[in-house]
Design a protein around this ligand. Structure first.
Ligand code: ADP
Length: 258
């Protein structure tokens, strides 16, 4: 009657035997689906009231005098409302990326266009306060989902800027390597202690330091990156030295490189 989902694991067992383990995961999948729908719905529903709040706060702020004692409170509320809005938006992006189980990898990404967009985003975020260098192999073409790939790259770029003090250096590049196409962002920023590295792509995981608190991020950026890369048969590599800087990179495998 009802369709069941069964997970089968085959484990080599001794020289000539194998062990087959079958597990009914129908219920697990159902609950997972409910959780995802719930998150997506809540985020969607929160967007409208937040937009209304933001709008009125803006009006109130523009009507208050410079020396109005409420001015500071209004601007704090506005900051926090916009922070909440961007978290809600990130949650929506994450649930969409998590959901798209099968993405179309047939299309060839317009690398020049994607790179131009990443470049202008980086320049806008850096506001001339950083030394940024860019590098794109002009012969590089890959199969993939342009939006998801761009979202992965732009999350890594904005992190590099946010976790580097002004005056620092950032290098952004796409190059061909023996195993495929490599994207990397290297910063001369605060770095990450080794014990945190393995957990960075978990939802809401943030290294508890002054900078993380102050940057006002959502803690969802790297979770989004991880899912986008999964869909491209790739994974995030993190190399970091506390106090010196970090390199976040990934390699799109050869079979997706044109
Ligand atoms: P957030 O919105 O907090 O930046 P992310 O998922 O993008 O969330 O990143 C998770 C955590 O990883 C950050 O809070 C920060 O502590 C750490 N992090 C990410 N990128 C860098 C980087 N380039 N340098 C140092 N720390 C980083």
């Amino acid at each position: 009657s009802e369709k069941r989902i069964v997970e089968i694991r085959i484990i080599a067992y001794g020289e000539q035997q194998m062990l087959l383990i079958a597990r009914d995961i129908t219920r697990v999948r159902q609950l997972e689906g409910m959780r995802k729908d719930f998150v997506a719905n809540v985020s969607h529903e929160l967007k409208t009231p937040l937009t209304v709040l933001q709008g009125y706060l803006e009006v109130m702020q523009s009507m208050a005098d410079e020396d109005d004692p409420n001015q500071r409170a209004l601007s704090l509320m506005q900051q926090q409302a916009s922070r909440m809005k961007s978290m809600v938006e990130q949650l929506l992006v994450l649930s969409r990326i998590e959901d798209s189980a099968e993405i179309n990898l047939e299309k060839v990404v317009d690398m020049q266009k994607m790179f131009a967009i990443l470049r202008s985003e980086a320049d806008a975020l850096a506001r001339d306060e950083y030394e940024i260098s860019f590098e794109l192999d002009p012969q590089l073409n890959i199969h993939g989902d342009e939006l998801q790939l761009r979202s992965a790259c732009s999350n890594l770029i904005s992190n590099a800027i946010r976790y580097t003090e002004p005056g620092g250096k950032i290098h952004i590049g796409w190059q061909r390597v023996a195993t495929g196409a490599r994207f990397s962002v290297t910063d001369s920023g605060i770095g990450i202690a080794q014990q945190h590295v393995a957990r960075l792509t978990e939802r809401f995981y943030r290294v508890d330091n002054a900078r993380s608190r102050q940057t006002g991020g959502s803690g969802l950026g790297l979770a989004i990156v991880k899912h986008a890369l999964n869909h491209h048969h790739s994974e995030l590599l993190i190399n970091s030295i506390p106090g010196k800087g970090s390199t976040f990179s990934f390699i799109i495998p050869q079979h997706l490189v044109v």
